[in-house]
Design a protein around this ligand. Sequence first.
Ligand code: WT7
Length: 661
Amino acid sequence: MSAIESVLVENRVFPPSEAIVKAARISGMPAYEALCKEAEQDFEGFWARLARENVVWNKPFTKTLDESKAPFYKWFEDGELNASANCLDKHIGTPTENKTAIVFESDDGTVTRISYKELLAKVSRFANALKAQGIKKGDRVLVYMPMGVEGVVAMQACARIGATHSVVFGGFSAKSVQERIIDAGAVAVITANFQMRGGKELGLKSIIDEALAMGGCDTLKSVLVYMRTATPCNMVAGRDKTFDEALAGQSDECKPEPVGAEHPLFILYTSGSTGKPKGVQHSTGGYLLWAKLTMDWTFDIRPEDLFWCTADIGWITGHTYVCYGPLAAGATQLIFEGIPTFPHAGRFWQMIEKHKVSIFYTAPTAIRSLIKAAETDEKVHPKNWDLSSLRILGTVGEPINPEAWMWYHRNVGGERCPIVDTFWQTETGGHVITPLPGATPTVPGSCTLPLPGIMAAIVDEAGKDIPNGSGGMLVIKRPWPSMIRTIWGDPERFKKSYFPEEMGGKLYLAGDGAVRNADNAYFRITGRIDDVLNVSGHRLGTMEIESALVSKTDLVAEAAVVGRPDDLTGEAVCAFVVLKRSRPTGEEAKQIANELRNWVAKEIGPIAKPKDIRFGDNLPKTRSGKIMRRLLRSIAKGEAITQDITTLENPAILEQLAEKL
Ligand code: WT7
């Protein structure tokens, strides 16, 4: 039975225990339903109440939602706040001020702790250093940092002075960094000399140097470098400063700059259907509200919890559930610098035991790889560690196959921890469809029901509702506070991508296919409906990879990229390539394939490397010259071709493309 079929017949239901329900903030389904009803009956009143209760405003808002320029929605627009003050200053003078904000475990296992008070001082001092560099409210700052306290400090410091951060994941290439600096018009880069991963020192500053050497980054004035290790790195006089140099003499007090609720807190680039990544722009007020509230609702966070989200700050999950949510909630969180398989694949379980983690939030791809490791080596099986501190488990990033869900439930959650399978996106800012741990009965492979106030639905191509039990496109019918505001510098693309005219221009189109169960209306995400792949929970545009391949102009004539299912990474990148020279075979084909993989890694980043590369004299095209991608998807899967290929110009090449290297 394939994964999709087994999801279709999934009928195991796991209700939370009575004790869990009793203790939870949203206690039982009636409590959830009451909140949904409140949102339906008085939509604006509902959000206004939550925004007043969960956000500290310097100036209260008087208008909740402005729809006059839809889909450019505005929330709490005349209100003023500061995100960093909502994460740090808010706790000063409360018992939280001396509580540990961050427990940091480095790659080599060294543990350090920082309290809320200390974190505030550190962020303030860094904010002063940014100001001393001439960085001010409204400026964009690119953050290219390893996982650690300093990365969070950099983001919080930007927020504190009203600068808009744009974090780029440390695995992205120099070219990607350069494009993002130019697109955002960044005035500064915050980076580190190296990052430590799996016992290895990997250059970060060298990539920034390379990006800047490519030219075009005319807005950039300064580069601040955190010396993560003792190894020196290249420093350009007048442009580059170490943290120590930048922080020297700076006070550890800095008044947070109040900004309007719609002020862009950050831009985060993500892949879309076309070649160019989209700078997803988020607000300050609405975003922060949802970061805080979903900590309360989805994770039912409590003062005594030890929260661990394993995501990197380079992704939206690391923004909302590392940098902002846990701090706004006054929680203690664990931040881990390294990788799950170093020094052994039991590292996550060992860390859960060591730090007594109570809420653990990770990606299905990590679970799948740790299952595989535990199956081949008993010594790294979670049963070797005491995981009794856990009370809630979460997953995010891609659909979780029921087999992995059950393993997580049994071997990590000890059959007692609710699993929240949280569906959301860079664009949604925070969870939108997810179980609530003390209310929703869970079903393996289903993200269950929308959070209160999120009007999720399934529609057809014309935007018409589709009945439960049939598949369609996932949309959200009403705006919500933490939604994407625009694509940085490209409002037309924002409208076209997310609010297509064909569907009436009012529905937020998520880009995923989904189906609601006929009995309980639970949602199940069936995967992207656009040319976006999800590899290990990372979003990649097929067009982006195609452009990278054809930019190797000495070698590549044409390329088409599709995804195929993969047991470990969810989806894998499969590239079909036509070379400018004759079609290679045997060893030579392998060697050229490797060259192309390394090229893609250099152009985009190692995560975009095609797993499979197939060479052909041509690509399958219709008589009008359109590449038949559906056919390529079948070939990539190794399926027999059942499609009608009568319109195909050149059927003979199918055999070539089916040939594995
Ligand atoms: C895409 C968004 C949300 C933070 C990490 C990814 C897929 C995400 C789930 C889930 C099924 C999921 C969707 C979505 N996705 N969570 N629980 N079940 N699919 O953020 O990079 O913006 O990717 O990830 O396809 O559209 P992202």
